[in-house]
Ligand binder design. Structure first.
Ligand SMILES: [Fe+2]
Ligand SMILES: [Fe+2]
Ligand SMILES: [Fe+2]
Length: 311
């Protein structure tokens, strides 16, 4: 099997992980604050780890990770039906990993996929159990609506727009982290992406608690292999969203919500500073390197993770 053929299979896997992450997050928000929601979110976090490992292998083989999910099913349904969707997703994932383990003849990659398969089988068992656990529960959205929650259309718009932005930058920053060969820079990008994911969660929870449904779609992504270009795009998006949040804060009547938006907005200002500092570093390094463009040599700092390194 050639590298492009292996990459092709791993892209299917990474897109499946992405689909699972957003569907599980949606379902966790629908379940609402409870131990069960935390368990579903913990599964979504394991899928994020899978996505990260797969991205490392793809870039190690010379590819660019695909950031589009297999189209997720976001339709509203009773909670037990949502859990059944997740059971089916895990069954499909396990079947696909088994096929790919069979097809890919590189021991390190097979080992990693086997480790992921093991997790998917555990998740499958958990979701089967959750189907029963949610049978007596109603979703937070239904509950809020039954209690007569009145979500102002403008507030709903502001929150939905926020979720879309946070989802977009999460994907963009993850990709930027995947594409750089500089380990420290990759870690900084990943940490900011995790912070954006938190924002997405806070806004989604604020929305569902008021009877609304978040919309996990993203706006166009800037996905280049060049760190400098990427940092410039990220600074621009942070400055832009800081202005947007600042405009939205006085429009929101609920003081708790205004406070939440302010807190997020302040994080965005901090991200702008972080990215600006990183851009200075990258530009300095290039200058000392005699302005030599970074020709794509195979990565030496980021290797295919071994099973031992995954723990
Ligand atoms: Fe997974
Ligand atoms: Fe954010
Ligand atoms: Fe940000």
């Amino acid at each position: 099997m050639t590298n492009p053929e292996i990459i092709e299979l791993l892209q299917q896997d990474i897109r499946g992980e992405h689909q699972a992450i957003v569907m599980y997050l949606m379902h966790a928000y629908e379940v609402g604050e409870s131990g069960l929601a935390a368990e579903i979110e913990a599964i979504a976090r394991e899928e994020m780890r899978h996505l990260d490992w797969l991205a490392d292998i793809i870039t190690g083989l010379g590819g660019e990770p695909n950031m589009e999910p297999v189209p997720p099913d976001f339709t509203a349904a009773p909670l037990n039906e949502q859990m059944l969707k997740d059971v089916a997703l895990e069954e499909g994932a396990a079947a696909q990993y088994r096929e790919h383990i069979e097809a890919i003849d590189v021991p390190d990659i097979r080992l990693l996929l086997s480790r992921i398969l093991h997790d998917e089988l555990a998740h499958h068992g958990m979701f089967v159990k959750f189907v029963d656990e949610v049978s007596e529960m109603t979703s937070v959205i239904e509950k809020a609506n039954a209690e007569g929650a009145t979500l102002e259309p403008r507030t709903a718009d502001i929150l939905k727009q926020g979720v879309r932005h946070e989802y977009t930058v999460t994907l963009q920053y993850l990709f930027h982290g995947f594409m750089t060969k500089d380990k420290d820079l990759a870690e900084d990008w990943q940490n900011i992406a995790i912070n954006e994911m938190q924002h997405m969660g806070w806004l989604s929870e604020a929305l569902t608690a008021r009877g609304g449904r978040p919309d996990f779609t993203h706006t166009p992504l800037v996905l280049t292999p060049d760190a400098e270009t990427n940092l410039k795009a990220d600074i621009a998006v942070e400055r832009d969203v800081t202005k947007t949040y600042s405009r939205h804060i006085p429009e929101v009547e609920d003081p708790g919500l205004a406070e939440l938006l302010e807190r997020i907005r302040d994080h965005e200002i901090y991200h702008d500073n972080q990215f600006s500092g990183l851009l200075d570093q990258v530009e300095d390094e290039e200058h000392t390197a005699g302005c030599q463009p970074d020709t794509a040599a195979p990565s030496t700092t980021k290797k295919i993770p071994t099973v031992g390194s995954l723990k």
